[in-house]
Design a protein around this ligand. Structure first.
Ligand SMILES: [Zn+2]
Length: 127
């Protein structure tokens, strides 16, 4: 993917924006691959990895296309920032979990087999 050059905006704000967008895309990619948000940090391998690689490729293409067409976040994202909204695939309300410094949006039906993930920040405090 060609780097986006925005010579007029300050480097700081574009870095922050890019970082925020990459986290949003991580949510989207995991949803497309039907992987648990925790799969990346634990046992992704084999088929999961193949689905993940395909999802990254297709989402980056799709994202770039939408952005070039001027789509806003609301139109571009399908799970990110959609807490309580129906999953486009199965209609289950999108859930949210805090994982370390990240906020992850996911579909509890498609991605975690109906399991609602526990906030890891909270469970660490309760130990
Ligand atoms: Zn779903």
């Amino acid at each position: 993917m060609a780097p986006l050059s925005r010579s007029t905006s300050s480097p700081d704000s574009s870095v922050v924006r890019a970082y925020g967008e990459s986290r949003a895309w991580a949510n989207e990619i995991l949803w497309v691959a039907r992987l648990s948000p925790y799969a990346l940090s634990s046992q992704a391998g084999g088929d999961d990895l193949v689905r993940l690689t395909d999802a990254i490729r297709s989402e980056m293409d799709r994202g770039l296309e939408l952005r070039l067409a001027g789509a806003n976040d609301e139109k571009t994202y399908r799970v990110h920032d959609k807490l309580g909204r129906p999953c486009e695939r199965c209609g289950t309300p999108i859930a949210r979990v805090d994982f370390e410094e990240h906020t992850i949006y996911y579909c509890p039906h498609c991605q975690t087999g109906g399991r609602v993930l526990k906030d890891r920040r909270l469970s660490r405090l309760l130990k």
